[in-house]
Structures are given as C-alpha cells and as structure tokens.
Design a binder for this molecule. Structure first.
Ligand code: NAP
Length: 304
C-alpha cells in the first residue's frame, strides 16, 4: 500500500483514533500523523505508548499543515473542535470525522469549514465497548464497513483520497446520504444499545434476583447485553441526543412489536412466536453469510 497523505492529524485520541493510527502505520498510508487530545493525561499516555508520530499540546499545532484532519471526538464535541481549528486549516485540506451520527455533525461542522477546505464526513462501522488511547488496535477496521457521507458539492478527488485511506486501513467503503445513514444506524446500532442499557438496568433493579445470581448465572444473552451496556456513557449520551428522530421512530416500532409478542405469550399463541423467531433466525444467518460475524458457538469466545 502506498502513501495517500503527507500529513494526517487525529483530533481526540480514543478507541477510533488510536485504531486509525495503528492501521495507517500498518499500511504506510501517511508520511506523518500528528495527534491531539484535550487532557494532559491522554496526551501523556499517547506519548508513552508511541501513539502518533507527534503528540501536540494544542489542537491548532496538530492541525497546522495537515492534508487530512479527522475529528475523533464525541458527536457533541465536534462543533467546538471545528471552530477551534478553522483558522489554521491548510487550503485544499480535507476535514473528516468518525462520528456515529451524521446529520447533526454535518450541521454542526459545515458552518466552520473555510472556503477551499473539503469536508467529507465518514463513519466506520466498527468498535468495541472499550475506550481511550490504549484501547485501539490495527485490525479494528478489517473487513468492516466504513460509510462516507459526502455533502453537496463534495470534491471528487477529496472523496477518492479518503476512500483510499479507509480501504488501506482494511475497510469496505460505501457512500450514503446522511438521513438514511442515521435511520440505518438507529436500527442496527443505536436502538439495540438502548435496549441493552435498559435490560441491564432492569436486572440491576430487580431485587428478587440478587446481583450475585445475575453475574453467576448470566447466560450468553445477558452477557452480551452487559458488554454493550459497558460502552462509553459520553459517546452514547451524545448519540441519542443527536439522532433523536430516527431513534424514536425505531423505538416506537420496537415497542409495538414487543407488545405483540407479549400478547402472544399471554394468550399462548405458540404459532406466532415460532413464526417470528424463524424469521429472525434467517436475519442472523444473513449476517454470518455476509462475513460480518462468526457462527462459532458463543461467538467464538471459548469456555471463558
Ligand atoms: P473515546 O475512546 O472515548 O475517545 C474520545 C476522545 O475524544 C478522547 O481522546 C477525549 O479526550 C476526546 N474528547 C472528549 N470530549 C472532548 C471535547 N469536549 N473536546 C475535545 N476532545 C474531547 O471515543 P471513541 O470510541 O474513539 O469515539 C470517538 C468518535 O467515534 C465518537 O464520535 C463516536 O461516536 C465515534 N465512533 C465510535 C465507535 C465505538 O464503538 N466506540 C464506533 C464508530 C464511531 P480525553 O481523553 O482527553 O478526554
């Protein structure tokens, strides 16, 4: 793989930025990668583990002279960062982001992008429940999708450059319109996270089952919920605040279906339950056939 950008700046040094750094280095996609995080602690950790070629003490210093600037901060922090970097962006540079919600980020960031700088929003559909500078790894994006969400009039060469970077980091790349992205993600990621948070909360509140029992006898279903519900609170607060309409639409539909299943259980309608579960099983098969998960028992976790 050959170099795509002379200099890349990563703003925010958590799970996604650190994974990007290791993936960029693995394939030699950039000459130099600079990095900035708001806290001194995170910057010190980054220096200690060799995350970024140069960790800067100000966001402006990290961005100066960069050909690509990627905003890797929580969705609610994007606008503030865009405002801070606007005066120092290099003419002809590309600004991108990795935020989990796109319409809000486009509205919050676009206004601050100077003439002659290209803004190409993006969202890698890859992550773990861990966060921070030490949680990243080069393989995170391998065979995962990255959605590019070009805004009106986006520069074709700037899109090609960013596409090549994500492909070089191991991703499959697609382009999508912002509103459709937010609806798709509400179904595939945002509503499921809320359901996991709720289920773990319910188990915690249920006094007739002790915490020890929940932990000791937690079967695969609940264990998967607890893993998802351990995700970063700031990131997920921002996702729900900024993808409000699509999430509420999906949760409305979810509630209707839940009531229908609840009724089927109460009335003993086994046929309805069986048909429903048969349909959903086929969806799982489709995900495995598309290479997006493993059908190994217990998701390949082994006996741990
Ligand atoms: P993370 O590990 O929690 O790291 C967030 C980084 O942003 C940290 O370096 C933090 O700095 C910095 N930051 C937080 N608030 C800030 C503010 N107000 N101003 C400036 N910097 C700030 O987060 P992440 O998981 O990498 O997520 C980053 C972005 O990727 C989010 O927009 C998220 O929606 C998106 N995303 C996440 C996933 C996922 O599964 N995690 C997947 C795809 C996309 P300090 O360390 O100094 O506090």
């Amino acid at each position: 793989m050959s170099q795509i950008y002379d200099r890349v700046a990563l703003i925010g040094l958590g799970l996604i930025a650190s994974s990007m750094y290791w993936a960029v280095k693995r394939a030699g996609l950039a000459g130099e990668v600079t990095g900035f995080a708001r806290s001194e602690t995170t910057r010190e950790t980054a220096r200690r583990i060799g995350l970024c070629d140069r960790v800067c003490d100000t966001v402006q210093e990290a961005v100066e002279g960069a050909d690509l600037v990627v905003l890797c901060v929580p969705v609610g922090a994007m606008e503030g960062v865009a405002q801070q970097i606007a005066p120092v962006l290099k003419p002809g540079a590309t600004v991108s982001d990795v935020g989990s919600v796109k319409r809000h980020v486009i509205e919050a960031v676009s206004a601050h992008i100077p003439e002659g700088v290209h803004f190409i929003p993006a969202h890698p559909l890859a992550g773990t429940e861990h966060s921070g500078p030490e949680s990243g790894f080069a393989e995170l994006f391998d065979n995962r999708w990255c959605l590019l969400v070009p805004v009106e009039g986006s520069d074709v060469d700037a899109i090609s450059g960013l596409r090549a970077l994500w492909e070089g980091m191991g991703s499959n790349v697609d382009e999508m319109d912002a509103d459709h992205h937010d609806l798709v993600l509400a179904v595939t990621s945002h509503a499921p996270h809320l359901i996991a948070y709720t289920m773990v909360g319910v188990a915690d509140d249920l006094r007739r089952v002790t915490d020890t029992e929940v932990i000791k006898y937690s079967a695969a279903g609940f264990r998967d919920f607890t893993r998802i519900a351990a995700s970063d609170p700031t990131m997920w607060r921002d996702v729900f605040l900024t993808n409000k309409d699509a999430t509420l639409e999906i949760l409305g539909r979810f509630t209707e279906e839940l009531f229908a299943l609840q009724r089927a259980i109460r009335t003993g309608d086994g046929e309805q339950l069986f048909d429903y579960f048969t349909r959903t099983r086929a969806i799982r098969r489709g995900i495995i056939d598309a290479g997006q998960d493993t059908d190994a028992p217990d998701f390949g976790r082994g006996k741990t």
